[in-house]
Design a protein around this ligand. Structure first.
Ligand code: CUA
Length: 308
């Protein structure tokens, strides 16, 4: 379970608090049962009050104080460690929005999966584009809010290779439950190779060698479109991209129903101004605005054409 240094720390603190609570609960229950028996009215027909007992007063003040301060100390120690980021940490800007996460690396690469090298401190600078989200890596036992308009961070050091799930731990709307992402922990050399390769590919994004539909596919993945729009026909918050292009759709334009064909213009408008033509069957759903370049819009249209 020690996938990060924090996991051990959090586990130990939890076990300490749990053990103290368990011992107290059992102790109190036993004392209660004993008193019920010992002071039953058949054995104690007339109650007597006791006034003043310095020893008792001291004992029940000092012992709980020590226990509470002890638990606080371990919690505080862990908290301080979580807020003090090592200076050599790899920084990645992590942005949440309804309902996906994406990552921006220092070399300009953007991904929907967080790639990190093993045993290296990773600092995630958390941002949100819309509402309050919370970045949560259960395996590493770290969690921090992503606040719209604010800056927040968390850091961790992965001690185990593999895939780990990331969840959103703050209810943020219809598809909160689908707002997850993954962390891929790689050996340092593999990470370096991946990072260099991605950085190099970035310089070629506008090259004519990559078909527009492939760029479009990358875009809908990194922008998080596929969180709400499936590409296999399955139903999510928004219409599936599968078979969308070229079909006739019933939309509400300024409250008036009309039929449109999902052609190039319709798709462009739906991305830039999602509220202009609302698909009637999905009238209650909200899609965030996006600002994209002409080339990016072309790429997405080209990709949707391949899903006919
Ligand atoms: Cu984002 Cu819940």
């Amino acid at each position: 379970m020690a996938t990060s240094g924090f996991a051990t720390q959090v586990n130990e603190t939890f076990l300490l608090v749990f053990a103290i609570s368990a011992v107290l609960m059992i102790g109190v229950t036993l004392a209660l049962l004993y008193f019920v028996y010992r002071y039953h009215h058949t054995r104690n027909a007339k109650g007597t009050d006791i006034h003043g007992n310095m020893t008792l007063e001291i004992v029940w003040t000092v012992i709980p104080s020590i226990l509470v301060l002890g638990m606080f100390y371990f919690g505080w120690e862990g908290y301080v460690e979580m807020r003090e980021v090592p200076e050599d940490a790899l920084e990645v800007v992590t942005t949440g929005r309804m309902w996906s996460w994406f990552y921006d690396y220092e070399n300009g690469v953007r991904t929907d999966t967080l790639y990190v090298p093993i045993s290296k401190a990773i600092k995630l600078n958390l941002e949100s584009q819309d509402v309050l989200h919370s970045y949560y890596i259960p395996a590493m036992m770290v969690k921090q809010d992503a606040v719209p308009g604010g800056r927040n961070y968390l850091w961790f050091r992965a001690e185990e290779e593999g895939y780990f799930q990331v969840l959103c731990a703050e209810y943020c709307g219809d598809d909160h439950a689908y707002m997850y992402s993954y962390i891929k922990v790689l050996p340092q050399a593999e990470f370096d190779a991946w990072y260099a390769e991605q950085g190099a590919a970035l310089g070629n994004v506008d090259s004519k060698n990559i078909p527009a539909s492939v760029k479009g596919e990358q875009l809908v993945e990194t922008m998080g479109c596929i969180t709400c729009h499936s590409t296999d026909g399955s139903e999510r918050v928004g219409s599936s991209f599968k078979g969308l292009y070229g079909t006739s759709r019933s939309v509400l334009t300024a409250g008036t129903e009309r039929a449109v064909v999902a052609d190039e213009n319709y798709i462009r408008r739906s991305i830039l101004e999602p509220r202009a033509d609302k698909v009637k069957a999905l009238a209650g759903r909200v899609m965030p605005d996006h600002s994209l370049s002409e080339a990016e819009l072309d790429a997405i249209v080209a990709y949707l054409k391949t899903l006919r």
